[in-house]
Design a binder for this molecule. Structure first.
Ligand SMILES: Cc1cc2nc3c(=O)[nH]c(=O)nc-3n(C[C@H](O)[C@H](O)[C@H](O)COP(=O)(O)OP(=O)(O)OC[C@H]3O[C@@H](n4cnc5c(N)ncnc54)[C@H](O)[C@@H]3O)c2cc1C
Length: 428
């Protein structure tokens, strides 16, 4: 078992040999932010699940979780049916959130704003990609529309269209919400349903059986996770373990010897004020220069992918100010002339959990260790996919298969085979 390096609070190595567990839960979830809490919630409401659930969370303030630092947006514009379906389920949950998570008459306000997403294309290759994704999105029932350059200009007169070929616009169910309210809703309702949350840190996982992992990462044999060891010294027996540790997921995988190509990468978000507000409609806009911008009334948010984009230390939350000056502001000021006069009012940095194989999530068990489940590597779309993934894991844990959205394509097998499951619409 290994602790993360470069960490501000690296866990102490657990002592060996392990004492026997003094308590037992049917499911232990490592990490209680959006993925862990959505999983706990959907398990707690699954009609065939009657067990006990413990969520272990090292920082119950969630101050540095990806969830709390997210740009908190939802879109149906993906190129893989599984990703589109997960987002569609997010929309269902947003619509019915009050019914799902109400506790004592209280429901957190998600503040969902149905703004749409506008992906801009600057050349034929980009437009062909949007067209290919569009066909898949339409087949999945997504309300999306392709626009030529003239239509982009007519519908969104605040945009400079001179170097554009066209765009793809989501017309319904895409927009922005309050990430923390989404988390609190699932978490509070899960607790009301009997899920226990504990402030502690998982520092080791015990297994039994012949399960082993070769130095090249290949698993062999059959085994089971039997207990998690906590930084406090507690040893908790478990029927199933879910790795919902976000940017720390790789180290939780290492606790059972498995390799997970998921790394923390810094993403900065810049909040700015604009003297001349841009009129609605203002969809979340993805510029071909790989810069996104959206409204967060009364201000605006924007960001981009760092170039280069190194792995981050777990305690590195320094905002990359040069990105704002060198790339983000010049790009948005060209695209939206009103943004030539803006004032940066705030900025923050969070961690993406980037699956370096294909930037897509890794869901479900590895071969040979059926009660250890991944729910990791969501890059920039984990907030919106949490509900669908949580429900899928609840189905897997109770019945051994996915009964709603088939998450099989997101399985760990592709990691072992080194076969990327590529998604065209990654906002990296
Ligand atoms: C700047 C930014 C913008 C984003 N924008 C969007 C967006 O617009 N839409 C979208 O869908 N997604 C977006 N994302 C991605 C999204 O926020 C994440 O995919 C999602 O929040 C991941 O949730 P998580 O629960 O896996 O991870 P986290 O929120 O990081 O939670 C993991 C939790 O596990 C805990 N933990 C870790 N290790 C242990 C351990 N050993 N023991 C106990 N607890 C542990 C941590 O303390 C943490 O609370 C964005 C992310 C960032 C950083």
């Amino acid at each position: 078992m290994t602790g993360p390096t470069g960490d501000d609070t690296a866990p102490a190595a657990a002592a060996a040999p392990a004492p026997p567990p003094s308590e037992h839960y049917d499911v232990v979830i490592v990490g209680g932010a959006i993925i862990g809490s959505a999983t706990a919630y959907f398990l707690s409401v699954h009609p065939d699940f009657h067990g006990s659930i413990l969520v272990v969370e090292r920082d119950p303030t969630y101050a540095r979780s990806s969830t709390a630092l997210s740009a908190a947006s939802v879109r149906h514009q993906f190129s893989r049916p599984v990703n589109i379906r997960l987002s569609q389920f997010a929309s269902e949950c947003i619509e019915h959130f009050a019914d799902l998570v109400e506790v004592d008459g209280e429901v957190p306000d998600l503040g969902f704003r149905d703004t749409g997403y506008l992906f801009l294309a600057a050349n034929d290759h980009q437009m062909d990609e949007l067209r290919a994704s569009h066909a898949i999105q339409r087949a999945e029932g997504a309300a999306v529309r392709l626009l030529d350059r003239a239509e982009v200009g007519t519908r969104f007169p605040h945009l400079t269209t001179d170097n554009l070929v066209g765009a793809s616009l989501g017309e319904r169910h895409e927009g922005t919400l309050d990430a923390f309210s989404l988390l609190q809703g699932f978490r509070r309702r899960a607790r009301a349903n009997g899920v226990e949350y504990r402030h502690d840190e998982v520092v080791g996982i015990d297994t039994e059986g012949t399960f082993r992992v070769d130095p090249d990462g290949t698993p062999h044999g059959e085994g089971r996770a039997t207990a998690v060891r906590l930084a406090s010294g507690a040893v908790v027996g478990c029927g199933t373990v879910v790795n919902a540790a976000g940017p720390r997921a790789r180290w939780v995988a290492e606790m059972v010897g498995l390799r997970l190509p998921v790394v923390p990468r810094v993403r900065s978000v810049f909040a700015f004020d604009c003297r001349t507000p841009v009129a609605d409609p203002f969809p979340l806009t993805i510029d071909p220069a790989n810069v996104w911008v959206r409204r967060e009334p009364p201000i605006y948010l924007a960001g981009t992918k760092p170039q280069p984009d190194p792995d981050a230390a777990l305690d590195d939350f320094a905002v990359r100010r040069d990105e704002w000056e060198d790339r983000v502001w010049p790009t948005i000021a060209h695209r939206i002339p009103a943004f030539e006069a803006v004032k940066l009012v705030r900025s923050w940095a969070g961690h993406y959990s980037v699956n370096v194989l294909d930037a897509n999530a890794v869901i479900g068990p590895p071969p040979g260790l059926p009660n250890f489940l991944f729910a990791n590597g969501f890059t920039g779309h984990g907030l919106q996919h949490a509900a669908g993934v949580g429900r899928g894991l609840a189905e897997w844990i109770t019945g051994g298969r996915y009964t709603t959205i088939d998450l099989g394509e997101l399985g760990y097998e592709r990691i072992l085979a080194n076969e990327p499951f590529l998604e065209l619409a990654i906002i990296a």
